[in-house]
Design a protein around this ligand. Structure first.
Ligand code: KIV
Length: 257
């Protein structure tokens, strides 16, 4: 609860930093810098080459989250509930409890607004912390990618959904690829913080997929800023290792028993 209070207190004061992790070593680096570490179901496309996040299973999320848990000391840990694991309230509660008991995460994230509002309410009534997710919903996205909030009807629906989620008791909402003025309005009208990805700097915080940010995942999307090209550094280390082995420079006596 202390972590949630801290997070809510950041609204209109300082930006919330959220990044994804799928394993312990990455999580332990992020833990020094993040408010929230998200075990996102984006791992389906980033690690497993799935075309969408729909193929991600509960077991995959749990196994990756167990690893991530070992790397976190202070950040709030949120785990995505994967597709088809919250089709009704009892299924959602059973699976959310399973995720929390097996991974010791702090909260779960579900995609959607009015469609899943009774499910969200049921989880919260059962003392489960929920992070909302509106805008592009990768688990139900069909066809071509398009940002959300161009059409008036879409804008009205997303704002209404955000208010519904807030009223239901989610502690924050991720806005994915939501048009700038709409994310500004939502952020202004809600008391809880918004966390944007492709949703402008008006949000209370930002989230990115870490593998995209460090240049490990070859994605070319407008909302991604690549801060380094880690693949280049890995590549040059591997070349050095390969050459050392071939030239019998590694292992030396000090590396041997
Ligand atoms: O799955 C994920 O990593 C996410 C973030 C991109 C918000 O949902």
């Amino acid at each position: 609860m202390y972590k949630i209070k801290n997070l809510l207190n950041k609204k209109n004061k300082s930006k919330i930093i959220c990044l994804t992790a799928y394993s312990k070593n990455m999580a332990s680096i992020l833990d020094n810098h993040c408010d929230i570490i998200l075990v996102g179901d984006s791992l389906g496309s980033v690690l497993y080459n799935f075309k969408s996040t729909r193929g991600v299973s509960l077991d995959m999320m749990i196994e990756h989250s167990k690893s991530v848990r070992m790397g976190i000391k202070k950040s709030l840990m949120v785990v995505d509930m994967p597709h088809n694991t919250y089709r009704n309230s009892s299924e959602a509660l059973k699976n959310a409890k399973k995720i929390i008991s097996k991974t010791k995460c702090d909260a779960v994230k579900l995609e959607g607004g009015s469609k899943i509002i009774n499910i969200v309410k049921h989880l919260i009534k059962n003392k489960i912390l929920v992070l909302g997710h509106l805008g592009i919903l990768p688990q139900s996205q069909k066809g071509k990618f398009r940002f959300k909030g161009k059409k008036l009807s879409e804008r009205i629906k997303i704002l209404k959904d955000a208010k519904l989620l807030e009223k239901a008791g989610v502690f924050s909402i991720v806005l994915e690829c939501v048009e700038t003025s709409l994310s500004k309005t939502i952020t202004r009208e809600l008391k809880i913080p918004t966390i944007g990805i492709g949703a402008s700097s008006f949000c209370d915080g930002q989230v990115l997929v870490t593998d995209d940010l460090i240049g490990l995942n070859p994605i070319n999307a407008r909302f991604v800023k690549r801060y380094t090209n880690i693949s280049k550094y890995i590549n040059s280390a591997i070349i050095k290792f390969k050459n050392d082995v071939k030239e019998i420079k590694f292992p030396k006596k000090k590396h041997s028993y």
